[in-house]
Design a protein around this ligand. Structure first.
Ligand code: SF4
Length: 732
């Protein structure tokens, strides 16, 4: 779409938005979203907003058109009073989401999850209004309650607990940085509660911590993939679920194809044939948890071959540590053939634009060490702060919450507030989240759909969908100060409320002063004088660029307090809990992410890239192991750790690393609407309670399991034709 046409469309859309906000409520049950007379059949309007299906913060455009729905209500006409009647309503409906071409994160693209956000808006299982528990806690029986009564009861409960132990009010949320996060942080401060904690397997705490320890940077580093020539990525599935997949996929496209006579080369080291590994020129199948040893070996070989032009910028103690490592032992630990590894390092070192991109798609007990090692290697290659290298994060327009110790916070809690967090699903059974939810004095949830944890709430005060309210989101990674914004352009479908407004009402009920900041209030101090708020709203956000004055500039060089001692990272092997012969490796599903999107049928129907499974996620088993245990694709198998077991369908993956059982997240919800409840199994459930020590984050890749064939199963439904020839289980 050309910029000029884009603005034309947005001007029209703005007019539509004004009309929307003037709409009158003509129906007693559910108000019309737009007065009928303002809807022009067949005319589309495009409004900017933000995707919140993950914390990346992709700017989107929503296509709004006239639509209709059938509602049922009790008749009040004298002749038919008391009877149920059906009414046809016209309304403004969001038909489609696309990437916002002006947005620097999405650049006009979206992933499947972003596309499916429209389905979460119209999901039939959305809660229609506040709900109060009517049975025993955890039984998931609720009855409707008015907002007035719900706020009064919740305020009362919170006030009582605040008076006795405000420090035991646990606010648990997701890893985003947005208006909602800011409101939760402000509310916690106002009532004297601890700062909210993050409940997610995708908080990227290891990446943040490593950048802080090695480079003195606050936030997630920005990898300039576009301008690199040769990338060695380690443990980061940056084209799959790592940090900002749409943004890095766009950059990867430019890395490969945007330059004449340069085609970027990608070598990828990971213990799974992920999407990134599949797209790489070379895949180095690492042993799980050996990333630190691998990167230490990379640094050592570069030094040995004199391919580290900026070795002098690395602190002497760290260089000495690299030179002192036992190279043979390091290489043996990785499981990679020495000749292959040496070749890969030499190719990297001889490139004119080398970049090492490391992360923790699977979190190990030594992930921070591994990522620090990658920063040290980048230092010796001279690409810290350089084009095509690793750039410092921009000042965050909204500071993210970063404490991932949610299980610890919940174990002490007298009152629990859940927002965009499902700890009962995210934490292993051994974290005893159910016990914490049982013993808390009061549990409050802002869930939009009844999920596993909201089922344990005393009160649910459902939030608006992100497309129904005003929102500002700071992208998870950016090299410039950025904010994506979305205004309210359709009226809420149900009796829900924006979380900041709910928190303000709760604070008022508790006689506490608290006023959440609006998107405008957050953005205006960051805007250059010649960039009015109205333009920001019309374009869907802003991204400072070098041409815009008065925007805080990111640091261009690593701080002086960079790596200062050899002890900054170690090459100790990762720890694994349990005594099974296999390592369990749960990973973020490209479709269902961390399981928070499993209630969307479009995504359940979207084939899994590894197995082409739909509506079910299997465990990936290598062919040698499968043959030894007599397992075929489609069989049901049992995965058993020291803390529990799950039954899942098997998929024999020719690219699976022997001894490693990988499984995407998304299945195994007890409560999550009609499309997800009771479907599949959750590998997180049987994880050992192991943590990455520097961050306290759950180590998702630290569990040993046993694998047993149960027998033929019916749950593996695949899309592909090839597999159909191998075995007659279900196919599309
Ligand atoms: S990466 Fe996908 S899910 Fe995440 S914000 Fe972007 S479009 Fe949404």
């Amino acid at each position: 779409m050309e910029r000029r046409n884009f603005f034309k469309i947005l001007s029209t859309a703005s007019a539509g938005a004004v009309a929307t906000s003037c709409g009158t409520s003509t129906d007693a049950l559910i108000p019309l979203l737009v007065p009928e007379q303002d809807l022009i059949p067949g005319v589309e309007y495009w409004h900017p907003s933000v995707c919140t299906a993950c914390p990346s913060g992709c700017g989107v455009l929503a296509r709004v058109m006239d639509g209709e729905r059938i509602i049922e209500r009790i008749s009040v006409e004298r002749s038919t009073a008391g009877k149920t009647e059906k009414l046809r309503q016209r309304l403004a409906a969001i038909k489609k989401l696309e990437g916002n071409p002006l947005d620097h994160v999405s650049g006009g693209r979206l992933c499947a999850r972003g596309q499916a956000s429209v389905q979460s808006l119209y999901n039939p299982d959305r809660l229609r209004g506040p709900m109060k528990r009517s049975g025993v806690r955890g039984e998931a029986t609720f009855q409707p309650i008015s907002w007035k009564q719900a706020i009064a009861e919740a305020s009362d409960q919170l006030l009582k607990i605040k008076a006795e132990a405000a420090d035991r009010i646990a606010i648990v949320t997701g890893p985003g940085a947005n208006t909602r996060t800011l409101a939760l942080r402000g509310f916690a401060k106002a009532i004297g509660a601890p700062e909210p904690v993050v409940c997610s397997v995708a908080s990227w705490a290891a990446e943040r911590k490593a950048a802080e320890l090695a480079l003195n940077w606050q936030g997630l580093p920005f990898y300039d993939v576009t301008n690199a020539r040769h990338i060695l990525s380690v443990g980061a599935d940056f084209l799959g679920g790592w940090i900002s997949p749409v943004h890095y996929a766009r950059q990867f496209g430019a890395f490969r194809q945007a330059r004449t006579e340069i085609r970027g080369y990608l070598a990828h080291a990971e213990s799974r044939l992920s999407i990134t590994a599949s797209a790489a020129d070379q895949w180095l199948p690492l042993k799980p948890g050996s990333e630190a040893q691998f990167l230490a070996a990379v640094g050592r070989i570069l030094l040995d071959l004199n391919l580290a032009p900026k070795a002098s910028s690395v602190p002497a103690g760290v260089l000495a540590a690299f030179r002192g490592f036992d190279l043979a032992a390091l290489i043996a630990a990785t499981g990679i053939d020495e000749r292959r590894l040496r070749q890969a390092v030499e190719q990297l070192g001889r490139s004119e634009g080398p970049l090492v991109l490391a992360g923790a798609s699977s979190i190990h007990t030594n992930s921070v060490d591994a990522i620090i090692a990658s920063h040290c290697v980048n230092m010796m290659l001279g690409n810290i702060g350089a084009p095509g290298g690793i750039l410092p994060p921009a000042k965050a327009a909204i500071e993210p919450l970063t404490n991932p110790r949610f299980a610890e916070a919940l174990s002490q809690a007298r009152a629990i507030i859940l927002d965009e967090a499902n700890p009962l699903y995210t934490a292993p059974k051994s974290a005893h989240i159910k016990e914490a939810l049982t013993k808390a004095g009061f549990v409050l949830s802002f869930a939009t759909t009844l999920d596993d944890s909201a089922a344990w709430a005393d009160l649910i005060l459902p939030a608006h969908h992100s497309l129904e309210g005003e929102l500002a989101v700071a992208p998870s990674t950016a090299s410039r100060v950025s904010l994506a914004v979305g205004g309210a352009f359709v009226q809420p479908l149900y009796e829900t409320q924006a979380v900041p407004a709910t928190l303000a009402a709760l604070a008022a009920g508790m006689n506490v002063t608290f006023q959440p900041a609006t998107a405008k209030e957050i953005a205006e101090p960051l805007l250059p004088k010649d960039l009015p708020w109205e333009t920001v709203v019309r374009e869907g956000g802003f991204h400072a660029d070098p041409g815009l004055p008065s925007v805080p500039a990111p640091k261009s060089k690593p701080a002086a307090k960079a790596v200062s001692s050899p002890a900054t990272f170690s090459v100790n092997p990762a720890k694994f809990e349990g005594d099974g012969p296999f390592l369990l490796q749960p990973y973020l599903s490209p479709q269902l992410h961390d399981g928070s999107l499993s209630n969307l049928p479009w995504l359940q129907e979207c084939p899994d890239p590894a197995s082409s499974a739909v509506w079910s996620l299997p465990v990936e088993i290598d062919p040698v192991t499968a043959q030894k245990l007599g397992i075929a694709s489609g069989d049901n198998v049992k995965l058993e750790s020291a803390t529990g077991s799950i039954t899942v369908p098997a998929y024999i993956h020719p690219g699976a690393v022997p001894g490693v059982l990988s499984m995407a997240l998304g299945g195994g919800h007890q409560h999550f609407g009609r499309y997800a409840s009771g479907r599949g199994a959750n590998p997180l459930e049987i994880l050992a309670l192991a943590h990455e020590p520097a961050t306290g984050d759950l180590a998702t890749g630290a569990t040993r399991v046993r694998l047993t064939r149960i027998g033929p199963g019916k749950d593996l439904i695949q899309y592909s034709a090839e597999d159909k020839e191998e075995r007659p289980h279900a196919h599309r």
